[in-house]
Design a protein around this ligand. Structure first.
Ligand code: ZN
Length: 217
């Protein structure tokens, strides 16, 4: 992160007060509609996804906040956390992905007021790039097929507010906030996915400009 970006981000956080509790209140629990829906989503105690089976894992590894080094932005291709959780946790042999749970920690809805849903404990080291790589990043899923249509401004703004809060809460630098397609590439350097779609519907710059300048109100 360059010095200018650092100064801007620290300015945002300072202007919001440096208390984490206050930030949580202002950014997530009060100002942003926020709901923990973990208990309402299905999980699978016998995941049969091939990398899980190879490691003999029946659940995600867990990790403390000190291991959280980044945030990865995804698009969910869906508007239903429940539907996505069902598909992710359904066994491969039944046509699902065979994971222990949904693959996003946070879900930013595109519905009215763009509520945020906590879908999985942040302690869970969810695989969310489909490569089976060890994951130290927090997965933020933005609802929709965002490679086909640009997210509403309000959804971008809500995602940015959430990310500013996560950066503060987990001490994550701006340079480690990346899109799925930017984080993992094949041997030729090509992205493995269109996710989160921002290069296809031209909202990458808007997203990072908002994050950089802290225009979050
Ligand atoms: Zn993704």
């Amino acid at each position: 992160m360059d010095d200018q970006a650092k100064a801007l981000i620290s300015g945002v956080i300072a202007s919001l007060d440096c208390s984490r509790d206050l930030l949580r209140t202002v950014l997530v629990e009060d100002y942003i509609p926020y709901e923990d829906i973990i208990a309402s989503l299905p999980t699978n105690g016998s995941p049969d996804q091939k990398y899980m089976v190879a490691r003999k894992w029946t659940r995600w590894p867990t990790m403390g906040p000190e291991r959280r080094t980044g945030i990865t932005i995804h698009h969910t291709c869906s508007h239903s956390p429940l539907g996505t959780a069902r598909y992710c946790s359904l066994p491969v042999r039944a046509g699902g992905k065979g994971y222990p749970s949904i693959q996003y920690h946070f879900w930013v809805s595109a519905a009215d007021n763009c509520p945020i849903f906590l879908c999985a404990p942040v302690e869970w080291g969810i695989w969310h790039d489909n490569t089976g790589a060890y994951q130290e990043t927090i997965a933020v899923g933005m609802a929709g097929q965002l490679h086909l249509s640009r997210p509403p401004d309000e959804q971008i703004g809500t995602a940015v507010r959430l990310i500013v809060w996560l950066m503060q809460e987990y001490d994550i630098p701006l340079e480690n906030v990346r899109g799925h397609r930017d984080r993992w590439r094949n041997r030729s350097g090509q992205p493995l996915t269109k996710c989160p779609g921002w290069d296809h519907t031209s909202w990458r710059n808007d997203f990072f400009n908002l994050l950089n300048t802290g225009v979050i109100g």
